[in-house]
Design a protein around this ligand. Sequence first.
Ligand code: BGC
Length: 372
Amino acid sequence: MKKIIVTATALVATAAFALTGCSAERGGDTAGSGEEAEAGFAADSSIGVALPDKTSENWVLAGKLFTDGLEEAGFKADVQYAPASNTVAEQQNQIQAMVTNGAKVIIIGAKDGKQLATQVQAAKDAGAYVIAYDRLIENTEAVDYYVAFDNFKVGELQGQALLDGLAERAGHEAPYNIELFSGSPDDANSKVFFDGAMSVLQDKIDDGTLNVVSGQTEIAQTATEGWLPENAQNRMDTLLTSSYSGDTVVDGVLSPNDTLARAIITSVQQAGKPVPVVTGQDSEVESVKSIMEGIQYSTINKDTTLLVEQAIKMVGQLQKGDDVDVNDTESYDNGAKIVDSYLLDPIIVTKENAAEAYANVPSLLEIVESYQ
Ligand code: BGC
């Protein structure tokens, strides 16, 4: 009987998807993962939010928005950051404590998405829901939903911005000398960003439009451990010494985010070379200023307010026992299952479209307008 109801619900969900996007049936996906979560929970329940260390402004902002937004929605917010040292173990402990304290939903921005299987399984066994926030949690069935900006699209936009920036600013025809950077290997997003960018750049490398002078095109060679700016700066210093001696100029650098973009630019400036076209992501204040000053070429607007709002909306739907909004049920295979996802649309930002791109982000719009 239960099976029939589930099937009927799935059919309705499929029909709804055809019309308006889709909804995942809540609670139906916990097969093999211990006790089933109950339908709905008390409206004043505790909600755990485990965030990684503060490697970029978006994480800092997310913590505040989660605290305020969850409290406003009537929940008890238990928001924790993993400290900068011993981060993985500390985040594991924090999640375990949220489970013990009876959180009904645990929202996780993973420090290392491959090392949380035990903790999220404990959450499921206790009847809680798990939402992966911004970064996927891998190799476990015990993650219910993923909410993020479309990471592959972020990479595509970065790759295209690099090409556009080179055409605009390099001051000469192709071939262009470029270098590639990617994010931390323990963050599932890093590969998706890089793959997205390479889906645009690889053909141009193959046909000789782009010349990766160092020859370092494998993700392992381009990685930036811990997303730490000093690691990107050191690698750029080394690349400049080894591959850009004398008058050789680097025309462009694919940078996966703003923190690293600024470190790369600093390295090139310290070497006394002209600033290349450098991409970024996150719309950090210093990078938006740099873009308006004509230094960094691009960033991506991933409005943290919207992402946190979406995550809190999911919590509300779970609390009521409603269907949870998802709009992607095929892209994010975490190694154990395809995780139902809600993906938001990232927006590319250059000096040219900054005012338009930040029309709904007053604090950044103010910065842009101060340069106009
Ligand atoms: C986020 C990026 C951020 C990076 C470093 C990634 O998982 O998606 O927005 O720049 O982590 O904090």
